[in-house]
Design a protein around this ligand. Structure first.
Ligand code: CO
Length: 204
């Protein structure tokens, strides 16, 4: 634990050396343009992989980057980011080799988390035909990781918060990205939404 505090003091000193007003300015307000919804996986830290400083990205992470309609935690983060911070972009970022996705289709019990991962099982089951040509489990998992990002982008777009923002003409884009743990690179899955026109009637 001592090491973490040492690291912290070194980090704060380095930032202050570069910009003596950095923390003073940030303490007055945060004004991020981005909301990041990502996996809790320790290898996918939002700020580091996008090169963003404190104050530049609002972050929500959970196992397998899920956006569930009844998850008050995630919904509250989205509401605060959109209504109060007025972020311009919501990024749902998954990653290849996601342990949550892998566990969801592993057919072995993992306890409490199986209830959370049930959302991914449902997604997999509903789209079984898309996996018929997968030659191995790795390919299947990675394809499901991508599909899961797209599903969660849709879920973000269907929230009342995002619907209301679009209704009142607020500029807001929702993106789906995936991160490669083996090469450190982000890929845009090109499922960007920026208006109600792209959403099925029933969700408007
Ligand atoms: Co993961």
């Amino acid at each position: 634990m001592k090491k973490l505090f040492e690291n912290n003091r070194r980090w704060a000193a380095a930032i202050t050396k570069d910009n003596p007003q950095f923390f003073e300015t940030l303490s007055r307000q945060q004004n991020p343009d981005f909301l990041w919804i990502g996996c809790s996986d320790s290898r996918v830290p939002a700020n580091q992989i996008t090169g963003l400083l404190p104050g530049e990205v609002f972050v929500h992470r959970n196992v397998a980057n899920l956006v569930i309609h009844t998850d008050l935690n995630c919904l509250s983060v989205i509401q605060y980011a959109v209504d109060v911070l007025q972020v311009k972009h919501i990024i749902v970022c998954g990653h290849y080799g996601c342990g949550g996705v892998e566990t969801a289709i592993s057919q072995r019990p993992s306890g409490l988390i199986d209830n959370w991962l049930r959302h991914i099982k449902d997604l997999y089951h509903r789209n079984l035909s898309r996996f018929s040509d997968c030659k191995d489990q790795r390919t299947r998992i990675d394809r499901l990781c991508e599909l899961n990002v797209i599903e969660q982008v849709n879920n973000v777009c269907h929230t009342s918060t995002v619907q209301d923002a679009w209704s009142r003409g607020q500029s807001l884009q929702v993106h789906g990205w995936i991160y490669g743990i083996t090469d450190g690179l982000l890929k845009d899955l090109e499922v960007t939404f920026d208006s109600q026109d792209q959403v099925p009637d029933v969700y408007r």
